[in-house]
Design a protein around this ligand. Structure first.
Ligand code: ADP
Ligand code: F6P
Length: 320
């Protein structure tokens, strides 16, 4: 029977991580299980930066972005000896199970610890929405709200100046943040890892929109790392009737108070993580599929094929 659980946040932070920490802590305490907060992800686990948490330690964080526990990346955590040192630190505190809130890299760490005897549950915390085994990740909805609010503002000024605004959003290798932003903002174009990038095609389309459709402005949403948005803006100014301007939204996408949807998601997922650990389950990740909270082995999730976004791209094409 699990008596003490640890909780940590790992990888890029995401709004709603605090709501997940709060949920894990309070549900565990309600079940008579002690909770230990581990600072800065696997780094804090290695350094033994571990503190017991009480109910009030998670007061007033539900509405806060970021993560109260801090987050970090520790590439050495892939090494078996480093994992053993972390396990020794957990054993020092008598911690027998762990909730890991992070992305797929963090999930791999959780799976490795489970194989070594510490039951771990992964919760999907990232703005990228790129984690297998769930329809949505904690933080995606809040980041989307930030993107939409900012692109709405850009549209105002873009409209006044006959401009094409090229907006780079995050997403790592996943186009969801760009696609959803483009749909919510009525963008003229979306460029993601899934669509690919053809500079000539983009310029021709803008020429058509400016000359034939007489559009006064255009918005193009781009996933990071797909193309150089500054270079594209220059090409747009030189080769179309629009003047091009690039905006990189950057890390503001990772901050802000979580939306009600993210708070709900994180609270439900945190509860599920504790329930699983109390049932003696380890090596699973939690997801939301068709609005049901589910879990599956981390390995199955990591081996599963990415969800198709065909219908959303078709919708974008129909609405543009
Ligand atoms: P995310 O969890 O958001 O995908 P990273 O890929 O940076 O972010 O992973 C976060 C941390 O998880 C890494 O810094 C490392 O400590 C750990 N990690 C990543 N990949 C592995 C792996 N294959 N095995 C064990 N731990 C890993
Ligand atoms: O995974 C979250 C994320 O914000 C990605 O969208 C982005 O590529 C990356 O993290 C940025 O990482 P850093 O915080 O190291 O700049």
């Amino acid at each position: 029977m699990v008596k003490k659980i640890g909780v940590l946040t790992s990888g890029g932070d995401a709004p709603g991580m605090n709501a997940a920490i709060r949920s894990v802590t309070r549900v565990a305490l309600m079940n008579g299980v002690s909770v230990f907060g581990i600072r800065d992800g696997y780094k804090g686990l290695l350094e033994g930066n571990i503190t017991q948490m009480e109910r009030t330690d998670v007061s007033d964080i539900l509405d806060r972005g970021g993560t109260k526990l801090g987050s970090a990346r520790l590439p050495e955590f892939k090494e078996s000896e480093i994992q053993d040192k972390c396990i020794a630190n957990l054993e020092k505190h008598g911690i027998d199970a762990l909730v890991v809130i992070g992305g797929d890299g963090s999930y791999r760490g959780a799976a490795a610890l489970t194989e070594k005897g510490i039951n771990c549950i992964g919760l999907p915390g990232t703005i990228d929405n790129d984690i297998p085994g769930t329809d949505f990740t904690i933080g995606f909805d809040t980041a989307l709200r930030t993107c939409v609010e900012n692109v709405d503002k850009l549209r105002d000024t873009s409209n006044s100046h006959h401009r094409a605004s090229i907006v780079e959003v995050m997403g790592h290798h996943c186009g969801d943040l760009a696609l959803y932003t483009a749909l919510c903002c009525g963008a003229e174009m979306v460029i993601t890892p899934e669509t690919g990038y053809d500079e000539e095609e983009v310029l021709q389309r803008l020429e058509y929109l400016g000359d034939a459709v007489k559009k006064s402005h255009a918005i193009i949403i781009v996933t990071e790392n797909v193309c150089d948005v500054d270079a594209l803006a220059t090409k747009v100014s030189n080769h179309t009737s629009f003047s091009g301007r690039a905006t990189v939204l950057g890390h503001i996408q990772r901050g802000g108070s979580p939306t009600p949807i993210d708070r709900m998601l994180a609270s439900r997922m945190g509860e599920k993580a504790v329930d699983l650990l109390m049932e003696g389950v380890g090596g699973h990740c939690v997801g939301i599929v068709d609005n049901e909270i589910i879990s599956m082995p981390i390995q199955d999730a990591l081996n599963s094929t990415a969800r198709s976004r065909k219908k959303l791209y078709r919708l974008f094409d129909r609405l543009v």
